[in-house]
Design a protein around this ligand. Sequence first.
Ligand code: CO
Length: 475
Amino acid sequence: MLPEVDHRLGFSPLEREFEIDALPVEGEMPPWLRGTLFRNGPGTWEAGESKMRHWFDGLAMLHRFGFREDEVSYANKYLRSPQYQHVRREGRIGYSEFATDPCRSIFKRLTSAFSPEFGSNASVTVHKLAGRFVALTETPLPVEFDPETLETVGVLEYRDGVEGIGTSPHPHTDPKSGDALNTITHFSRTSEYRVFRLPAGTGTPRRRIVSRIPAREPAYMHSFGQTERHVVLAEYPLVVNPLKMLLTGRPYAENLAWKPERPTRFHIVDRESGERAGVCEAEGFFAFHHVNAFERDGEIFVDLLAYPDDAVIRDHYMDALLSRRGPTAAAELRRYRLRPGKSASYEKLSDEPLELPRMNYEARNGRDYSYVYGIGQGEDQASWPDRLVKVHVRDGSALVWREEGCYPGEPVFVPAPDGRSEDSGVVLSVVLDAASETSFLLVLDAASFGEVARARVPHHIPFGFHGQYFGEGET
Ligand code: CO
């Protein structure tokens, strides 16, 4: 009997690069769906004689699904980042990742800790920044790629002197100017979070710092919230002692300390003036992903996916992923209510555990909204996420898509061109079908959550993180 294939196939490498003009399609693709879905995630965790230790550290691979008339094309390619080049040339890891370190002499460790070299293994997501298509991660240098061929153009160097090490791979877009808003953490004796703007134009990319928030022990923040007036940084009690980090030279994740005695602090910053509009404290928790934020009657509401502590980071080491059935903790969809000067309170918006959240960003980001889409898992939480979930945040009800032996990735919402309601459109998700050892691109009707079509890829696609859809004419 063949050994049972399960979700762990999603953590096995895909070495080959493909270009396929037309995938076999079941069902009918919506005729209005004309554009490109880019996905990003690790393609392999192997680096010559060494291995990456954490899910987040695998070498970035881009995937491209093109939608034209009745056809769906597909291509994938490793990002030729400095880390990738080093691994392929030298047969070993060349730069520090989130939780993996190159073997280095003490001297080299110290010098590189004080002036970090970035491997720019940008495996987290894809964005259009300053008119360029880029792959992003949590280190500050994006990697530009060609949206047609997926060829790597090169590391996008900012000519602005803005220093910092940890940034968010989830920048927001200013709906008025099209500028990107983001945060970067500067580690030093006097560390600070810096909120910056990156203009939308295609000129030399220069970030402009709009606000600075001092932090003695900076927290690990993967994303932040944006309302119509403010950005909101949630500072969790998962922190780094910057001098210790610089001195030990150990990878970032091993310097993170969970300090449950500390609160979570919400920092509210005016998006235009940069003025700090207030701080609200809540009990300690951790989150990777904000979902949305909005204001009503002088109060700010921040929706995010909260974990009780930092165990989720340890759960995502490769050893744990390959030996266990699933993560120990699932994230809870919470709505925090912020009133400056008062402590923050929250309500749970749904009983469904959720991760990799998406919503109708163009229409509802920064505003009150109804729907969030994500990957979910059963109540026993013993399994790897095996379903797609649409939560109605106003009443907590949910729709679920699930198929035996299938493990879906982030559901990207694409609005229909004539969409009248918030959920007029489709969601696109790359689903691992363990039994057939292949993946397929699933198209669900966002309103009913029923299947519209699927396009099967002839191989498996390792579990990735995020992606972005661009309509015809945007690429
Ligand atoms: Co993310």
